[in-house]
Design a protein around this ligand. Structure first.
Ligand code: RP5
Length: 328
């Protein structure tokens, strides 16, 4: 298993450098703007600047031809008067079909915002949010589009992001240090999202009533190890390793708003990102990665500031690298 795993890792690196993913050419793009501005919740948790609301204003709404009303930086804040603001109304056909995971139209339906509404948590990690005409207002400001978009919930849509890391090692086991920073290189498990083709942390939505710790482990198992497809004996082996790792003390690196391209004026993503680190390299590092339903590919990727990742996931990784004194 060990030899197979190491060879497999080596071939992934060759393949990645050949296809050039997910590294950005010379810049990490908008995510670089998501500077860590202040501590929140604990010394291990950080909050991005409220101005970091860039992907949530992407010109064309994901999965559609709908164009957002353009919102310049100085008009993001709801408190800035802007009578000309005329956001496009869009709720995706998948959401309009009323699947179990989605809220219906506001009107006859009036959920308990800013509270635990039955098993649906409508509280924001960032405190109380405002309502306008019975609809919640995005706490990070205007996005140029109102409605639910692709998101199931009006208001916060809660996710959890498991950041599984290990040290990059040569075949003899020594850690690899980066030639520029001289610091050891971390690797994290990344998936290539099927919806947009971007590389991302294998996170997912918190089911109603589910604990964040359960979501973290479930999403990682489903998306990066494809445990849903495994035979019962394989699944048992995978679950044992995963449970050990996820029962270890995780490092919470972020809790709050996600600069997700699916966000709207009335619906937005929030997450809790937790780092689980395989220090010795003999826990999940040895499990064969296999992409699950929502992932086109899955891979161990070197942690580096030049990565181009979905939403503001790069920002979470920066915190992990700095906390673990790794190359960035
Ligand atoms: C992001 O969307 C979160 O950070 C998380 O990674 C992901 C959850 O949405 P799905 O992957 O379930 O679509 O905002």
């Amino acid at each position: 298993m060990k030899a197979v795993s190491r060879n497999w890792v080596a071939s992934v690196h060759v393949a990645l450098s050949l296809i050039g993913l997910p590294y950005a050419a010379g810049t990490s793009g908008v995510c670089r703007k998501n500077a860590i501005s202040r501590s929140l919740f604990s010394s291990k948790s950080v909050y991005m600047s409220p101005a970091a609301h860039v992907k949530a204003r992407c010109p064309v709404y994901p999965g559609s031809d709908t164009r957002r009303f353009p919102v310049p930086d100085d008009k993001v804040d709801w408190d800035t008067d802007w009578p000309q603001y005329s956001p496009v109304n869009y709720t995706a056909p998948t959401v309009l079909k009323k699947p179990v995971w989605a809220d219906p139209e506001i009107g006859p339906f009036s959920p308990q915002f800013n509270s635990l509404d039955g098993s649906v948590d409508r509280r924001s990690h960032e405190g109380s949010y405002r309502l306008q005409n019975g609809k919640p207002l995005n706490p990070h400001g205007r996005t140029g589009l109102e409605g639910q978009g692709l998101l199931g919930r009006w208001g916060p849509n809660h996710a959890a992001d498991p950041i599984v890391t290990r040290w990059k090692r040569v075949s003899t086991g020594q850690r690899v240090h980066h030639t520029n920073s001289q610091l050891p290189v971390l690797q994290f498990v990344s998936i290539k999202r099927l919806d947009c083709g971007e590389w991302a942390i294998p996170g997912g939505m918190v089911d109603p009533g589910e604990r964040i710790s359960q979501t973290l482990q479930r999403e990682f198992s489903e998306e990066a190890l494809n445990s849903l497809q495994a035979s019962p004996s394989e699944r048992e082996k995978i679950q044992k390793r995963i449970t050990e790792l996820f029962n270890s003390a995780g490092l919470q690196v972020y809790k709050g708003y996600v600069d997700d391209p699916r966000n709207t004026d009335n619906a937005w993503m929030e997450t809790v990102a937790v780092n689980f680190h395989d220090e010795s390299g003999n826990s999940v590092s040895e499990l064969p990665l296999q992409a699950g339903d929502d992932a086109g590919q899955v891979s161990w990727i070197d942690v580096d500031s030049s990565l181009a990742l979905y939403a503001n996931h790069l920002h979470f990784l920066e915190t992990v690298a700095k906390e673990r004194n790794a190359h960035w």
